[in-house]
Design a protein around this ligand. Structure first.
Ligand SMILES: [Zn+2]
Ligand SMILES: [Zn+2]
Length: 269
């Protein structure tokens, strides 16, 4: 027998690397005052359908979903945010009116095409701040990620940031983007042809050449932000500058999950 495709054993000769990285994560999270949370590996399928949004690839194609012996639809967690929010609500953590900051490390599962560096069971570290709309929370999260990577000895990191606004400003932008892409529909890959009307923002971060070409010169979401979202984005930039963290604006940096709003960021190495 062999381990299933997209899974791997972590052997004793390698475990020290994992332990080292996880130790660094815990150290930085303690300094930034994020508390560890561990949620179950599987949840009711409905949590992810409603929580992540049913037009995303994660939900439409990549979930490990099955019926358990009691006939309930169960899904191995493809990400951890939905479960953190579920837990937050279930334990009425919101009742104390505080800002809640949590982090997690663990296995997530996506039925993805296995390729270099991508696994069907993969390991994710993430942080969530609940109960705050402050742009300072976004800057804090970015600063934590940058500090963590630096402490691993990674240099020359490139931080890309963007804002995708809130639901309403995104709606206006979506319409505009669909109008822009529609005449070039034939250039798009099959996935993007489908995404065009459901989730056109995803076309912007598609890696296919045709889609990249088609979205060249597309309207930028930062030009469609309402005053509040615009101010938030400006504040995030101001905080990053104050923290001495260099960044670049990347207007193609969007994330396809429906619940995402405002700041998006990526750190490249
Ligand atoms: Zn595409
Ligand atoms: Zn807005």
């Amino acid at each position: 027998m062999q381990a299933l495709r997209g899974t791997q054993d972590i052997l004793p000769k390698d475990i020290w690397k994992w332990n080292y990285v996880e130790k660094k994560i815990r150290e930085w999270c303690r300094l930034y005052r994020f508390g560890e949370i561990r949620t179950p590996m599987f949840e009711a399928t409905e949590l992810f359908l409603r929580g992540i949004g049913d037009t995303t690839d994660v939900v439409t194609k990549e979930m490990y979903t099955f019926n358990d012996r009691g006939g309930r639809s169960i899904t191995l967690r493809p990400e951890n945010t939905a479960a953190v929010v579920r837990s937050f609500l279930e334990h009425k953590a919101y009742a104390d009116d505080n800002v809640h900051k949590v982090f997690y490390i663990g296995s997530m599962f996506r039925y993805d095409r296995p390729q270099a560096g991508r696994f069907r069971e993969f390991h994710q570290f993430g942080v969530e701040t609940l109960g705050s709309y402050s742009p300072a929370a976004d800057a804090e999260c970015i600063a934590l990620a940058v500090d963590f990577f630096h402490s691993l000895g990674l240099k020359d990191l490139k931080l890309l940031i963007n804002s995708i606004g809130h639901v309403e400003c995104r709606k206006a932008y979506r319409e505009r983007l669909i109008k822009f892409l529609e005449p070039k529909k034939n250039q798009l890959c099959d996935d993007c042809k489908e995404r065009l009307y459901k989730n056109p923002l995803r076309v912007l971060d598609c890696k296919e050449d045709g889609c990249k070409a088609a979205s060249e010169g597309a309207p930028q979401i930062t030009d469609y932000l309402c005053e509040d979202c615009h101010n938030k984005f400006e504040a995030v930039k101001k905080y990053l500058t104050a923290l001495g963290i260099p960044y670049e604006i990347d207007s193609r940096l969007v994330r396809g999950l429906d619940y995402y709003t405002n700041t998006a960021f990526e750190i490249q190495y």
